[in-house]
Design a protein around this ligand. Structure first.
Ligand SMILES: [Zn+2]
Length: 263
């Protein structure tokens, strides 16, 4: 898929509301496909949203695979660290959505402190929706030993409280440990616009997977609102952003009955 098609879609996905229900792009966008204007070749269209059952599952599996590969290639990436909120810290929010934002913000501050003290740190982080007490976490894999006392002090300095945990794991367990938080459906119900994982610049995690990446690819649809007079066939045309939005609201292609089994 071309970068421009992908980013248009990400913009589109950002139009969703926090309480937007989960969906499956294989149903909602079933009249759409990518088409190569040079060869006429077609390719399935996947929306790439974490709220989409189909795409969230695929992206989670891609992330797991990427992490396993990373830990194999970079065996030094095996120090695990968990950051969470200390509700005792003055100003720490109690609303879960605000807690996620706060945690992100404080993690950014801690990262600055760590860079000041340790230079360029290689890391991967994954957000965990909440532990048994519902407290959001960020789990980190870093490339070096960080003394517990110092990291605790730095965490407190940025407002995270002393709740950090460092453990050393063997390479195989590290990927397993991080991805064990990516349970089925996990990451889908987080507030919109919130990053779900990230890494230092030297590490490239590609969860969306490889897609056709030439500008020759266009997203096309069968428009059932505009039918040909002779045959009653839908009009084939290029998809616009408003099509994506309208179809999502409609729960499927506009002008077409829902498939059997749907409401
Ligand atoms: Zn999708």
């Amino acid at each position: 898929m071309s970068q421009s098609v992908q980013s248009e879609l990400e913009d589109h996905v950002d139009l969703t509301e926090d309480d937007d229900p989960r969906f499956d792009c294989r149903t909602i966008y079933r009249n759409m496909e990518l088409e190569n204007s040079e060869s006429g070749e077609t390719s399935e269209f996947r929306c790439g949203s974490w709220r989409c059952y189909c795409c969230a599952h695929r992206m989670r599996m891609n992330l797991i695979e990427d992490l396993e590969r990373l830990v194999e290639e970079r065996p030094e990436m095996r120090r695990l660290l968990s950051l969470t909120i200390d509700e005792e810290v003055p100003g720490a929010p109690t609303d879960p959505d605000e807690q996620h934002e706060y945690l992100t913000d404080r993690w950014n501050a801690l990262r600055t402190e760590l860079t000041d003290h340790y230079g360029d740190l290689s890391y991967v982080w994954i957000r965990h929706e909440g532990d048994e007490n519902g407290r959001p976490h960020i789990h980190l894999l870093v490339d070096r030993y960080l003394p517990q006392a110092q990291i605790s002090m730095l965490a407190q300095r940025v407002g995270l409280g002393e709740v950090v945990d460092i453990r050393r794991v063997n390479a195989r367990n590290a990927a397993h440990y991080l991805t064990s938080y990516l349970g089925k459906g996990a990451l889908a119900s987080l507030p919109k616009g919130l990053r779900r994982y990230g890494s230092s610049e030297d590490i490239d995690l590609d969860v969306r997977g490889s897609s056709p990446s030439h500008d020759d690819w266009r997203l096309m649809m069968d428009d059932y609102e505009i039918r040909r007079r002779e045959s009653n066939d839908p009009l084939r045309r290029e998809v616009t952003r408003s099509d994506l939005f309208a179809q999502k609201l409609n729960g499927g292609p506009v002008g077409l009955d829902p498939p059997p089994g749907e409401q």
